[in-house]
Design a protein around this ligand. Structure first.
Ligand code: UD1
Length: 416
């Protein structure tokens, strides 16, 4: 599947933002911890959610959409320890690794294949494993599987880096553990706050989410309930950059300005004007952007998940822009594709330097991973002529109905 885009049309109109993919997926893992019904509201119908649904079905859950809500409840079939989801399913979604914390907490034992997800260089899970072990879990590796023989008991763990996934795995492993667990140097991302708020809503005792120290008092069990995760800050940011790269104006409905302030700061001193009212963000973009510098980092620094999209913008901003990714140092597959569209870029290690051109030109390019795909769509919206973005299955892991949403904003984009 591919997108065919005829560029050059300024975007204009409103777009609805979904619940955050990176909140929904760990919350789905959290649903394993209870035998009651869980409802995730405003859930995007994206392939990562469908992949995670398959994994939950292996864990004895029924998972169905009811309009925009995802309903997760126990089904007749029990989770059978050791009969687990396949490597193929695990490798399709990175958050499969969160089943280690969730399944071991619920069933005192778990066996999961190595996880997958976007491939932009090694994505190790040593921080997950080390932290779970330091909280008392017994974990070993066997023939491509990670096996937990004894669950987390409690204690204190200090993360060497505030890994989002490791923080989530520990939270999931600790909420119904016997003792108290403390995470030092925890990730502070809004998606961690969402996971904790969801679990607290169904009876967990998690304190300090959103700060670098999280304390979890183990509780006996959890109940059920409905939860609406925060707006997807990366989807919101992608549409704002789409408006900026086309010199358009856009209104995001159901977004959180607070969660993307790093992006808003970058754009607002660069020919973009904003109005923010409750959950609506309005952006009016001037024509051509000036060069800018970005260094990605853990929240609240600039998110690595918007680095590729900002690279597309840098490619057409006047002057020399510099983009450095300090979170995923190899996350630059989009650069070679942008070059096919006329971008002038020098990539040295994890730093890309752009000599902004007036406009990109259409080309056939490949979406190597999710955000690379998003960057290429944005580049295509700017480019003169026709751009074909191949392998859009990667895009569909994280963006619901992107072609329809962009068409409604006036873009000329079709799926083929
Ligand atoms: C999550 C997000 C992803 C985002 C990333 C950083 C989800 C589903 N995905 O990914 O979209 O880009 O946070 O904000 O929420 N690391 C290790 N060992 C580990 C774990 C991580 O070395 O055990 C390294 C990674 O290679 C990377 C850095 O730590 O360099 C950050 O990774 P992490 O925060 O764990 O990202 P993910 O949870 O995989």
């Amino acid at each position: 599947m591919e997108f065919k885009i005829n560029g050059g049309k300024p975007l204009s109109g409103s777009v609805k933002i979904e619940s955050a993919k990176n909140s929904v997926l760990p919350i789905m893992a959290g649903a394993v911890l209870t035998d009651r019904e869980i409802i995730i509201e405003n859930c995007p119908k994206i392939s990562d959610v469908f992949a995670m649904s398959k994994i939950l079905r292996h864990a004895g859950k029924s998972v169905e959409f009811c309009e925009e809500n995802l309903i997760i409840k126990p089904c007749e079939r029990e989770y059978v320890k050791d009969v687990n989801f396949s490597q193929e399913i695990a490798s399709s979604v990175r958050t499969s690794v969160l089943m280690l914390g969730a399944l071991s907490a619920k069933y005192k034992r778990a066996k999961i294949p190595y996880p997958g997800g976007c491939d932009f260089g090694g994505r190790p899970i040593d921080i997950h494993i080390g932290a779970l072990q330091s909280l008392g879990a017994k974990i070993r590796e066997d023939d491509g599987f990670i096996i937990c023989d004894e669950p987390v008991k409690g204690g204190k763990t200090v993360l060497p880096f505030p890994s989002v996934g490791a923080t989530e795995n520990i939270i999931l492993s600790a909420v119904i553990a016997k003792g108290e667990s403390i995470i030092v140097n925890a990730a502070k991302e809004p998606e961690i706050v969402d996971l904790a708020a969801f679990l607290n809503k169904i009876g967990a005792k998690i304190y300090g989410a959103g700060t670098s120290i999280i304390r979890i008092e183990g509780v006996k069990g959890l109940c059920g309930g409905a939860f609406r995760p925060s707006a997807d800050r990366i989807e919101a940011g992608t549409y704002l950059i789409a408006a900026a790269i086309t010199g358009g104006e856009i209104e995001l409905i159901g977004a959180s300005a607070e969660n993307i302030s790093a992006l808003l700061f970058k754009l607002c001193d660069n020919t973009c004007k904003f109005k923010i009212k409750n959950d609506i963000i309005y952006l009016h973009s001037g024509k051509r952007k000036k060069a800018f510098d970005i260094t990605t980092g853990p929240f609240p620094m600039f998110p690595t998940d918007l680095q590729a999209q900002m690279s597309a913008l840098a490619a057409v901003s006047s002057g020399k822009s510099r983009i450095s990714d300090e979170v995923f140092k190899n996350r630059f597959y989009h650069i070679a594709e942008l070059e096919k569209m006329g971008a002038k870029v020098t990539l040295r290690g994890n730093v890309a330097t752009f000599d902004g051109v007036l406009r990109l030109h259409g080309a056939t390019v490949g979406a190597h991973d999710l955000r690379c795909g998003a960057a290429l769509v944005l580049a295509g919206l700017n480019a003169e002529g026709t751009t074909i973005v191949r392998d859009i299955k990667h895009l569909e892991r994280g963006y619901y109905a992107m072609d329809k949403k962009l068409t409604a904003l006036g873009a000329d984009i079709v799926r083929a």
